[in-house]
Unconditional design. Structure first.
Length: 55
């Protein structure tokens, strides 16, 4: 896994932690979770294509 894909995965996991903490502290926010789902899908796309790149 390239460094950029690792960074993207790390940001996604960090985003999940922050979204969960926000929800626990202040209550749920639909847009926050929607944004996290979009970030997760983009991360999956990056991870899926990172192994198929040719230089």
């Amino acid at each position: 896994m390239p460094g950029s894909a690792k960074a993207m995965a790390g940001c996604t996991v960090g985003g999940l932690v922050l979204a969960t903490a926000y929800t626990v502290a202040l209550g749920g926010n639909g847009w926050l979770w929607f944004a996290w789902v979009v970030l997760g899908l983009v991360t999956l796309g990056v991870l899926a294509t990172s192994g198929t790149r040719r230089v």
